[in-house]
Design a protein around this ligand. Structure first.
Ligand code: G6P
Length: 575
């Protein structure tokens, strides 16, 4: 988490850094700061809160670094905001990641008479660089990073010199190549309006960039070859395009995304005994839908693992397993660690990844891009739909059948429900708790619906397999706790219907998501949202859209910051 950026060129660094940080805010927004050099002096503007707070001041200079923070060590506050400078104000550093041995490093500094002014793990880096400096900034950085344990992407600047130094181990960092200007950034969105030519840095690499050159080194300071890649998306895709929120725009992009994702193809033989899906958050719920579909359509046994759990338990996998990592960002630390563990155990890995050339995409044995385009809203929507399509395509790849493309129109049809879902949200947005239930393919959808609601509206929402209600959660049912019941006319319709009746019998209010034309469902529902009729296994696509819209409208009515919910970040690059 945290976003970092560096600029060196002939333009005002202030504006470029702030605009870049605004695009990186999805990585964290607890505090923001920039440092710019001018006349051999470093000026810093930083504060708790959002990047726009930096706009009240303008720093002169054409070389600088910036940071937007997701707090790990030390509360969100001015004093813990990056950049950090050393005691003589000669060096300045921004950091994304976690320095695990910072306490030990900090006590070494205290022994040397150097005190830190923040509670962060990051600040030690700048003091160590100041100590190690012997006339060459890159050499000082190479020396210091050998003592750092943990993960980091760094940008470092000296007040007098002409270059910026970047270093990467475990957190993403790329170099942007401009015309008489160059950039460092956590990801391409920060620099896309300046250049489309980038070098994705690998772990254990250090970059030295100036206005006129870019060099990449290993941690021993030996220069390395680098490959320049072209970013294949544009600025427009990373803007709101008339919508009030990115989330709403991204929900409405789903027919186009689905169409695009239907073009993915697999070249994969069925020569493994089972599939293990590793992922986090929304991607893990897509993986759960994938399990039902792969098992039903392709008859392949699938195990779902939350990546953060998988990596710390007994890992019983072998070379006969195919491990599928699903990730929008391709940077999630736990999913990446799960991939590395799978490799150690000899399993093959396949990545279903959205961000091209991201770390996981580069580390898996083979990658299939899910083609959702840039997703900016912290709550994942279109990336989820693209992950589902890709998983369905994988399942159909192992059969003689093709996936039905009519789903694109059905998603578009479902989007037309937005206004009526808003009216429904007006009735319910003040509730404090929600229960989501579903069976079979609708259960992972219940999980995803509850996640969407809680992350953007801060309403407590619990999801349960409808059949499990009677084993505990039914005790919660009362008039104050509405239930969202997912009950399309699929193979488990009657079973779910009975579960809804159980809720009704206990005076619970029920909003049911049902198939159009199902009049009977009204007998057990206070409100019904009708989705278009589709093939049994395709209901997740239309139901997901309803759940996203419901969460969106509820959060908007509660005046929540839909695109940047509190405490969250889109790309979780720490454990
Ligand atoms: C964060 C995001 C979620 C996302 C999850 C996994 O929690 O807020 O939207 O589903 O990370 O991210 P990934 O990039 O690996 O899909």
């Amino acid at each position: 988490m945290c976003g970092i950026i560096g600029y060196v060129g002939a333009k005002s660094a202030n504006d470029i850094l702030i605009a870049g940080l605004e695009r990186l805010e999805y990585r964290g927004y607890d505090s923001a700061g920039i440092a710019v050099t001018h006349d051999n002096l470093i000026s810093i503007n930083k504060s708790e809160g959002r990047v726009h707070n930096l706009k009240t001041k303008k720093l002169d200079g054409t070389r600088g670094i910036g940071h937007t923070r997701w707090a790990t060590h030390g509360s969100p506050s001015d004093r813990n905001a990056h950049p950090f400078t050393c005691n003589e104000n000669k060096f300045v550093v921004v950091h994304n990641g976690i320095i695990e041995n910072y306490l030990e490093l900090r006590s070494g500094l205290i022994h040397a008479g150097i005190s830190c002014t923040s509670d962060t793990d990051s600040e030690v880096i700048v003091h160590l660089i100041s100590q190690a400096y012997n006339g060459n900034l890159k050499d000082a950085v190479c020396k210091v990073i050998k003592h750092l344990q943990g993960s980091y992407a760094l940008c470092v600047m000296h007040k007098d010199t002409h270059e910026l130094i970047g270093a990467r181990n475990g957190s993403p960092l790329l170099i942007g190549l401009g015309n008489e200007e160059n950039f460092l950034a956590s990801d391409a969105s920060a620099i896309i309006d300046h250049t489309k030519d980038v070098i994705y840095m690998n772990d254990f690499q250090v970059a030295e960039i100036s206005k006129d050159y870019v060099k990449v080194f290993d941690f021993d300071g030996i220069e390395q070859q680098h490959e320049i890649k072209k970013i294949d998306w544009n600025l427009e895709q990373a803007q709101k395009g008339g919508y009030t929120h990115f989330m709403l725009k991204e929900i409405f992009e789903q027919p186009a995304v689905a169409q695009e994702s239907l073009n993915v193809n697999f070249i994969l033989a069925k020569d493994f005994s089972r599939i293990i899906i590793v992922a986090c958050g929304t991607a893990s719920y897509a993986g759960l839908v994938g399990k039902y579909v792969l098992e039903k359509v392709a008859k392949i046994p699938v195990v779902n693992e939350i990546a953060s759990e998988f990596r710390y338990k007994e890992c019983l996998i072998s070379e006969r397993d195919l491990v599928i990592a699903i990730s929008q960002s391709g940077e999630t630390a736990d999913t990446l660690a799960a991939v590395r563990l799978a490799h150690q155990k000899g399993a093959r890995t396949l990545g279903l990844i959205n961000v091209v050339d991201s770390t996981i995409a580069r580390e898996v044995d083979s990658v299939v891009y899910t083609r959702a385009g840039p997703e900016i809203g912290v709550a994942s929507t279109k990336a989820f739909i693209s992950q589902l399509i890709t998983l369905y395509k994988l399942a159909f790849h192992f059969t003689d059948n093709e996936m039905n493309h009519s789903i694109v129109d059905k998603i578009a049809e479902t989007l037309q429900l937005s206004d009526s879902i808003r009216k429904l949200a007006e009735q319910y947005y003040e509730c404090q708790n929600f229960l989501y239930i579903g069976r079979n393919l609708s259960f992972p959808l219940a999980l995803e619906g509850a996640l969407k609601l809680k992350e953007i509206s801060y309403i407590h929402a619990e999801a349960y397999p409808a059949g499990e209600l009677k084993h505990g959660p039914i005790a919660l049912v009362c008039t104050e706790m509405p239930t969202i019941a997912i009950c399309p006319q699929d193979t488990v319709y009657e079973k779910t219907y009975s579960n809804i009746e159980e809720v009704k019998a206990r005076k619970g209010r029920v909003i049911t998501i049902a198939t159009e034309g199902d009049e009977r469902i009204k007998n057990v529902s206070n409100n019904v949202i009708y989705v278009p009729k589709v093939n049994n296994i395709l209901y997740p696509f239309v139901i997901a859209v309803v759940l996203q819209l419901f969460a969106y409208h509820v959060a908007d009515l509660r005046d929540c910051d839909v695109d940047k919910p509190r405490n969250l970040a889109k790309s979780v690059t720490v454990e």
